[in-house]
Write a protein that binds this ligand. Structure first.
Ligand code: HOZ
Length: 441
């Protein structure tokens, strides 16, 4: 990496020591690949604590956080009602493996906030939610194949690791050893935002497609919103061909609106998956949807799915407290959108002044920059952006106390703890960073 793309090492001494130590006992030194800084270079920053819009690392540096745990920290870190509720609940034990009243309250709360959820099953991650929703769609339709979109990421279950975004795009992993051809051959892929490609796949595989799964706003190839009419078109195809439409709302759920992308775009999904936010940062996921489909799940039906820690009381109290706060303060969504628009306008101004080709994509409080001279609407256009410039930008911003995702293939997430001053600071840092990049070219 060149000079700009490396750390000011004195700032990150403890993180560097910890990373060296971590690599001796954890693969690659991290417990999830996208944390590794492998594509942008340098050493991952080890975080000690966070409050509101800020992260604090082990060296005592403060960062304005634009990852927010990859989405869920909508109200900022260490939100007090949530930490208080967890502290109280934990005294009653951390797990029972039995039903609890809190699980009913959580299910009722989610149903009251989201459209088209008659029944909902708690799991422990977004991966589990998507994996289970796909099995259910297959069990319900008695069909095997499904369509996913290039650059979308639905967790790391085998069937989804085909032309996937997030870490697979970041590290350019085309095929995943361990995912068998037998599994992958039932995964059909189409470019995002391309309805004719979907129609073609459907007609070539008549009566064989169980589901279409989509991130209604893609967040794993940068942020890519759906083009007008695209989600409506998918809905039409699914209705016509008896295909289950699954919205993966792990990122968009409770973020783009209380009712997620379904509410924002006024499209009804048959099944919907949630993660992250519904645990307020604890490890949780869920899948839910129409009764006739959901009642195929065991013990009502034979589509088996289970989990000792599903509906875990600590995760449930965290999620319940967090979602209740969102429900009681609907103005949060306007505030989030206003803040993100303000960030968009500031970034747009300094990027325009930089002379570098760029695209800013935004949907609600999801936003990202691609250094590209063409609209970024799918994986091909995202992948053809200049990732080297992104890496330089990432490090220049990090050195100024702005924490962006360490990859051009991830969305940024804005939280409501962010102040106007934080955004002004971010935009000033972006201007300085872009000046440094331009001076090098
Ligand atoms: N893009 C991932 C979330 N959908 C990032 C989180 C991870 O894989 O660690």
């Amino acid at each position: 990496m060149d000079e700009l793309a490396t750390h000011h090492s004195s700032m990150y001494q403890k993180s560097e020591e910890l990373f060296t130590r971590a690599q001796r006992s954890i693969p690659g030194g991290v417990n999830s690949p996208v944390r590794a800084f492998k594509s942008v270079g340098g050493t991952p920053i080890f975080i000690q604590k966070a409050k509101g819009a800020y992260l604090y690392d082990e060296d005592g540096n403060r960062y304005i956080d634009y990852i927010n745990s990859w989405g869920p920290m909508i109200l900022g870190h260490a939100y007090e009602p949530l930490t208080k509720a967890i502290k109280e609940k934990v005294l009653d034990s951390t797990s029972f493996g039995t039903p609890t009243e809190l699980e009913i309250e959580m299910a009722e709360l989610i149903k009251s906030m989201t459209p088209n959820v008659d029944l909902i099953r708690m799991v422990n991650s977004g991966t589990e939610a998507c994996m289970s929703a796909l099995r259910l769609a297959r069990g319900f339709t008695r069909k095997n194949k499904f369509i996913k979109f290039e650059g979308c990421y639905h967790g790391h279950a085998d069937a989804f690791l085909v032309k996937a975004g997030s870490g697979l795009a970041t590290f350019n992993i085309q095929t995943v050893p361990g995912v068998t051809g037998g599994v992958a051959c039932d995964t059909l892929t189409a470019p995002y935002n391309n309805l004719p490609a979907v129609a073609k796949l459907v007609s070539e595989n008549e009566n064989e497609i169980a589901a279409i799964i989509i991130e209604p706003v893609a967040g794993n190839m940068g942020c890519i919103p759906p083009l007008p009419g695209y989600l409506e078109g998918l809905r039409e195809i699914c209705d016509k061909e008896n295909i289950v439409l699954i919205f993966d709302e792990v990122m968009t759920g409770f973020r783009l609106a209380q009712g997620g992308a379904q509410e924002r775009f006024k499209i009804n999904a048959d099944l919907v998956t949630y993660g992250k936010v519904i645990g307020g940062g604890m490890p949780v996921g869920a899948f839910g949807g129409k009764k006739e489909i959901m009642q195929q799940i065991a013990p009502l039906g034979n589509v088996y799915q289970a989990g000792t820690l599903s509906g875990n009381p600590i995760a449930m109290i965290a999620g319940y407290t967090f979602l209740k706060a969102l429900q009681q303060n609907p103005s949060i969504y306007t505030e989030l959108e206003d803040k993100t628009n303000y960030l968009y306008n500031g970034l747009n101004k300094v990027l325009k002044g930089s002379g570098l080709p760029y695209v800013i994509n935004q949907a609600g409080s999801m936003i990202s920059i691609h250094f590209s001279d063409q609209p970024v609407i799918d994986f091909a256009t995202s992948a053809s952006s200049n990732t080297q410039t992104f890496s330089k930008f990432f490090h220049a911003m990090l050195n100024k106390g702005i924490y962006l995702p360490p990859s051009a293939f991830e969305s940024w997430f804005v939280c409501n703890a962010l102040s106007k001053e934080d955004i002004d600071y971010t935009v000033d840092a972006a201007k300085e960073s872009l000046d440094e990049i331009s001076a090098q070219q």
